[in-house]
Ligand binder design. Structure first.
Ligand SMILES: C[S@@+](CC[C@H](N)C(=O)[O-])C[C@H]1O[C@@H](n2cnc3c(N)ncnc32)[C@H](O)[C@@H]1O
Length: 189
């Protein structure tokens, strides 16, 4: 992983974009096992299409925070979700957010982290640790580290094994969530 932390990453932030057409939503939802009353954070939510799915499952007693650095996406999502349990807000998941410590059951981060610098990755892991409840979960969706018809250069992608080396939470599940994507989940013990 020696050459992945360079300026190349920063070209791959894709502000406000969506990976919706490439991802198998049903496989992701089946893997996440979200239940009523849970509090979910969709970090780097883009257009928020998964936040809407999460809100369906967490129900009236649950809460879904949808966070993105892209203010345009957040403004659109705010207007679409007014009066629901979804709370979109502009923020940066690599820094301390305005959410309370130990308040989140599940952090979902899809096709976001390959664009992080080393410092941002450290900031992200610190904030994830602060936000997750004991037994909270982190789900990371990333493009596979193999030849694909699109996507960032191979050297900045993460394989599930590399994620496991980088992240100190307990790995729980690895599933395919599209032809070119996987989801690796972790648990905070
Ligand atoms: C490729 S899009 C994926 C969007 C969505 N997760 C999906 O699966 O469709 C990456 C998103 O992450 C957002 N993003 C990038 N860095 C971020 C950060 N540090 N904190 C919050 N959001 C970030 C971008 O603005 C963009 O909306």
């Amino acid at each position: 992983m020696s050459d992945r932390w360079n300026a190349e990453n920063l070209k791959h932030r894709h502000r406000g974009k969506s990976s919706e057409r490439h991802l198998n939503k049903n496989a992701i939802l089946a893997g996440l096992m979200i239940g009523p009353g849970q509090v979910v954070l969709d970090a780097g939510c883009g257009n928020g299409y998964m936040a809407k799915e999460f809100a369906r499952l967490t129900g009236k007693t649950g809460k879904v925070y949808a966070l993105d650095t892209d203010s345009t996406s957040i403004e659109v999502l705010k207007s679409e979700t007014e009066g629901t349990t979804i709370e979109p807000f502009v923020g940066d998941i690599t820094e301390e957010t305005r959410l309370s410590a130990s308040s989140i059951d599940l952090i979902y981060v899809a096709t976001v982290i390959h664009g992080f610098s080393r410092t941002e990755m450290e900031g992200f892991l610190k904030e994830a640790d602060r936000l997750m409840k004991p037994n909270g979960r982190l789900a990371i969706v990333e493009i596979k580290k193999e030849d694909t018809p699109f996507g960032p250069p191979l050297h900045i992608r993460f394989s599930p094994e590399e994620l496991k080396q980088l992240i100190s939470f307990t790995p729980t599940q690895l599933i395919d969530v599209g032809q070119f994507f996987y989801m690796q989940t972790f648990k905070k013990e």
